[in-house]
Design a protein around this ligand. Sequence first.
Ligand code: RNT
Ligand code: ZN
Length: 417
Amino acid sequence: MNQSRYESAKEIYAAWGVDTDKAIETLKKIPVSLHCWQGDDVTGFDHDGPLTGGIQTTGNYPGKAHTPQELMDDMEMAMKMMPGTKKLNLHACYAIFEDGEFVDRDKLEPKHFAKWVEFAKKHNMGIDFNPTFFSHEKVKDGLTLSSPDEETRKFWIDHGRACIRISQYFAEETGMPCVMNIWTGDGFKDIPADRMGPRMRYKESIEAILAEPFDRNKVKPCVESKVFGIGVESYTAGSAEFSLSFAATHEGCLPLMDNGHYHPTEVVSDKIPALLCFYPEIALHITRPVRWDSDHVVLFDDETKEMAKEIVRNDALDRVYMALDYFDASINRISAWAVGFRSWQKALLSAMITPNAKLKALQDEGRMTELMVMQETLKTAPFGDVWAEYCRQCGAPQDGEWLKDVLAYEEEVLLKR
Ligand code: RNT
Ligand code: ZN
């Protein structure tokens, strides 16, 4: 790229008191968790049944990964298109069984993820983990941890406990903490007769999972809330109030907010600073809800930028675990991965080169007219030149330059599957 454009942008930002070099250096080291499940439409390797649990992928674009090797190859290809530090986000259903061995989810062991550890080490990545409480025959009447059936509940508690042990193994192997997120689609399509019973059972089940011994510096358990899912429209056990209260009253358990999981006029950007007033650490699933929890590819749009701003300007980059969570099966999946990761990187960089202290001062001094004008001025500042420099320094391709390689890979690899 034209280096003089970066030099000129740097001067423009410097006049606002912003150090773009420093922002670039900082962003290079911030890990963002990359979800393996964009590569195969949330299928995994331990079942051939449909995707259940209130979530849905739509589309049947050719070339999806069917084996661990294909998924790793695709992820590797996608990561070449991404500047910045990646962490691997795995789901338990991505266990890799060898030599005809198979164990059910309650019996999973670290060894079933050894291949993933190898992959993570090869790319210097930490690993985050998710027990898989969906797409399985032991989901009884749509319920797992909140089921009234003791055997069902026990199976899923045992699964959660197995996942804690695997999370600790990931942390020990990679030297980075493992964020372990508990999300279930437990709920009802139609009006329930008992709303509290399932929640009490859900609470006790998560407590039973967290009773598994683990090192708090290594494993970071989270609870993810949700407003509703497809086929689960009337009631969700793990609602916002339930999950937030659970995290607030259980030390070491973090709340996880997925920005697709709220009423359409609620914004997670406003919830981030609210939670940061109380929680030492929080976790995010970054997605793009279109009218509902549709899990569209993350773009560099207003709410995405606003979420990044709240993390950066509250100096909370070390208190917020950031993970992408979306799945689009209607377009090239590698491009979907790349666009989403690059968009979140853009949002972070853009927030880092915003003159946040100046803007806060204008607000505190009640100078709202100037604040509005300044915020509008910043929108057309030469962010693109700083982004281009960041990509260059990271050895990642520029906007407008990487899709041809993805399409060549589609031609040579994906379409031949
Ligand atoms: C579902 C939740 C959940 C899943 C992943 C696959 O609505 O967002 O986080 O997307 O666990
Ligand atoms: Zn999520």
